[in-house]
Design a protein around this ligand. Sequence first.
Ligand code: GLA
Length: 590
Amino acid sequence: MPALTTTADGFLLRGDPFRIISGALHYFRVHPDQWADRLHKARLMGLNTVETYIPWNLHQPRSGAPLGLDGILDLPRFLRLAAAEGLHVLLRPGPYICAEWDGGGLPAWLTADDGIRPRSTDPRFTAAVDAYLDLLLPPLLPHMAEAGGPVIAVQVENEYGAYGEDTAYLEHLEKALRGRGVRELLFTCDQADPRHLAAGALPGALATGTFGGGVERALARMRDHRAEGPLMCAEFWIGWFDHWGGPHHVRDAADAAADLDRLLSAGASVNIYMFHGGTNFGLTNGANHDHAYAATVTSYDYDAPLTEHGDPGPKYHAFREVIARHAPVPDGPAPGPAAKLAPRDVVLDRCAPLFSGTASAAPSTTVAADRAPLPMDRLDPPSGFALYRSALPAAGDGVLRFSGGVGDRAQVFVDGAPAGVLERERGEEALTVWVPRAGAALDVLVEDLGGTNYGPRIGDRKGLLGPVAFEGAPVGPWTCRALPPDVPEPSAFAPTGRTTGVGPAFHRGTFEVEAPADAFLALPSWTKGLAWVNGFALGRYWRRGPQRTLYVPGPVLRTGANDLVLFELHGSAGLTARLTDAPDLGPEAH
Ligand code: GLA
């Protein structure tokens, strides 16, 4: 008997009437030393439950590898901390999770399989999912409510009705979970309209809805879909995410609080998406590809009740007040903001150019390709960047054509000099270049800006996507190399000279800290790249915005000397970075 059961209009938890008041908090977007703090603040806002997805591709970046379950991936520890805080947990193991996460959580090594049909009964897909669940579920079963743990319900797939109609696939997942010992309540979630609900629901699972407004209408549509059972909004969108080149999205706190009140007044259960968004650390962000490709930024602040840096924002207080009208909220004052590091400048006065050799020593295999360069998924290790090298067949002005385009942003160099950039977002396939001599070196540095996480383009290839020609003459052979942008050894850096800071290069600076605390890294004179503090990958920065600062979690800093490293893809107008005490996520759109 599962701990959580349903009645004609609600839930029972171990036989007692229960309403789920949950908030989304993705452990993989929060530094693990901050999990306990965020969970505590969830309970203080009045939540009785937290919800998290599980990102398959982060737990298993290589096919057949054991699951990573340590550090930021130590989900069992997250579940223990939630239980210690007295919170229940909703688990959403996917295997597809959407979530503005690279590839929607589906590993690139799987979706790159030629002709595979992800999220379907394609046996290649279901066999991989089964093998994943074989590894994932044993460490999670002790945390199910039945075993005394906090997990009271498990989601099957994610908004499947927006994608497909292969109900047999959903049934396969249901059986796969049940067959591996999951006995808790299962649920599906779909956008609250009749077509999505019909295609995404499963007879044996609770059907829940995802929406941010139009509460009465959404609840009515859910009631039309199922005449009986609890009404639950599995994703109550109280904010939104941002793309590079777009505005920073915010939603008015009073407006979101009024909708929360409507939901709770209607007797519905809720999962606030997000309660605390956190950060797409490293290269983990996803992308959308509707009319054009658009990559999601590093911050996943989401304008959530708890900000990206874990401070209560206006929605925290507004929601706490609303919840208190419907359910008990812990006594005492709401938590205040955490300490911030006093602002300071960091001078990045040492540099290791990418093309000089020393900085590109990270292990990776070079693959030769005679005709067309290979896409990134054919290179090892999975890395987010690739470097392609060939020679140009003729001299002079001409058009360099990349058939099939690039995935997602290619910087072109002729004899080491920057010649231009091509972007998937703009559908670019050609560049006019000046070639000084026949046989000039052609280098193409390609960045995977994040795998599309929604719609039919999940699994789209990255890297150079087809043959390359200069003035119609084929370019080749190629050497193709994955380029994991790992922080080079300190010995690889030399003092930055007048010209060494030009082009793709790692830059390093040190700064002193008296007492570690949260900070925000502002890079006003830098162009585009990645930033690390003490080896921890903060994520991508891009002058394009909207986001202008990167969150530096306090636990990443140490008392004494700290290292800041940038992998700058272009160049900078100065050698200074600034640590500030407030975030700047850019110009707002409501
Ligand atoms: C959908 C998905 C979520 C997320 C939100 C938007 O509801 O299920 O994973 O992508 O949209 O933030």
